[in-house]
Structure formats: C-alpha cells, structure tokens
Design a protein around this ligand. Structure first.
Ligand code: F6R
Length: 247
C-alpha cells in the first residue's frame, strides 16, 4: 500500500452478505450514537442489501430515524420522481417506505427541475444549512466515479450537472429496457461536497470492481480516477469483497 493510502481503513469481507451486514451495523451504530445524524446515501446495486439489513434492524430493534436527515448523492436528469428508474423511487422502495424517517428530512436532487443549475445550488445550500454530511455512504464505478463524478471532474466541484460516461450508461442500462433509454445526464454532489463529509463509508463489491479497488489503494491521486481523492480524507473506511487482489 502506498504512503498516501494510509488513511483508508480497509475491512475485507468474505462475501456480499457479510459486507452488507457490516455496513448496516456501521450505520445503525452511528444513528444510535447520534439520533439526528445527517446521512449521505448512495443508490445502485451495492448498497441494496445494506438497506435491507437496516430495514430488518428497524423492525427487530426499532432503531429510529425520526430525526435523521438523508441526502442522496445523485439523480438522473429528465427522469420523473414517479418513474421506477428514478433514484427517488429507489430510496422509497429500498428504505424509506419501511422506516420512520420523515419525508421532509429526505433530500434528493430533482432531475426534472426547470432550472437545473438553480436546483444544484439549492441542494448544496440545503446540505450546508444542515451542517453537511456526518456519514457518507459511497459505491464506486468501475471507472472510479463516486456519485456521478466521472473521470476528469474537478476535485473542487460542488453539486452540478454531469454528462454520464458511456461506460456508466452501459453499466446502468441493466435497469432500463434499452441503452437509448438511459439518461445522458445526472445531477451529482461534487467531489468537494463529498470530501466535506465528516466520515465516509465506501462499499466495494464484486470482481468487476477489483481494478478500481487496486487503483484506489495503489494508484495516483488524479482526476482521471475520481475516487482517488478519498485518500486525502482523514476518515474513510472501505468495506471490500470479491476483488481477490492483494493491496
Ligand atoms: C449511485 C452512485 C454511483 C454508484 C456506482 C456503483 O448513487 O453514486 O457512484 O455507487 O455507480 O454502482 P453499483 O453499486 O450499481 O455498482
């Protein structure tokens, strides 16, 4: 492991189930310690089972989210909140419909806002007004994106509109009926926004993420690989499974 990677605390897990359970326990512990925590949340395949374990815990142990605030990383541009492909619906389906989080405490960019630039500014402001994210959950793209900050994004970017990389559109086309239907743009928290989080929990699952995991640990800190910026953050924990590479 390179010197600069030292701050990244890595917990290697046996499999996806263990990773998900550990991730859920991590979040639940933080919520118990601070019942009015501000969580930053990710969508996609990786955190799905973590959410399922949080829901199980909610039913079994009644961990309350009543005072918790939730900010999502990103949303597709042009996809209505009613659409099953919106991240708004994803959060409802996987988490919000089951737990006692208050609707006015759940924030997600509106990808159908008339003025997208204003929407981004407002989102950034709402987050700042609430004191920023306490614990940010992240997944990672095979190309090293976090949120939808694709390679080449400035480390100083705040919430903004992005053009999705073709590889990202292809990877996400599994949820749409055709590649053409996958949106070309999204709103995402910027790398600077993400880096302001007090603590970050990054989930990396699957052999297809092995190269990204290796680059994160051993590669350079460069905008060509956006997640590499995390090596400059003082409090990142990486939960990893499936990469089968030594770092
Ligand atoms: C999703 C997000 C993305 C995903 C990444 C990995 O809100 O911000 O960065 O975390 O694309 O997606 P999965 O988990 O589907 O491989």
């Amino acid at each position: 492991m390179k010197e600069e990677g030292k701050q990244l605390k890595v917990i290697r897990c046996e499999n996806y189930d263990t990773l998900s359970k550990k991730a859920a326990q991590y979040v639940i512990e933080k919520v118990k310690q601070n019942p009015s925590l501000t969580l930053g949340l990710a969508t996609g395949a990786t955190p799905k089972k973590m959410y399922a374990y949080m829901v199980d815990d909610y039913f079994e142990n009644k961990t309350s989210y009543e005072q918790v605030k939730c900010f999502n990383l990103d949303e597709y541009v042009g996809v209505s909140r009613k659409s099953k492909n919106s991240y708004y619906q994803y959060m409802k389906e996987n988490l919000y419909q089951y737990i006692d989080v208050q609707e006015q405490h759940t924030f997600i960019p509106n990808g159908t806002a008339e003025n997208l630039e204003k929407e981004c500014e407002m989102y950034e402001q709402q987050l700042a007004d609430l004191g920023g994210v306490d614990l940010q959950i992240l997944g990672i793209g095979e190309n090293g994106h976090i949120g939808f900050n694709e390679p080449g994004t400035s480390f100083h970017a705040v919430t903004h509109v992005v053009k999705l990389a073709e590889s990202t559109r292809k990877a996400n086309s599994r949820y749409f009926s055709s590649l053409e239907e996958v949106p070309t743009h999204a709103i995402t928290m910027g790398l600077e926004t993400i880096m302001k989080s007090k603590e970050i929990l990054l989930l990396i699952s699957g052999e297809n993420k092995a190269e990204a995991f290796r680059k994160l640990m051993d590669g350079e800190i460069t905008t060509d690989f956006p997640a590499s910026i995390l090596r400059n953050h003082p409090n990142v924990t990486v939960l990893e499974e499936g990469a089968k590479v030594e770092v």
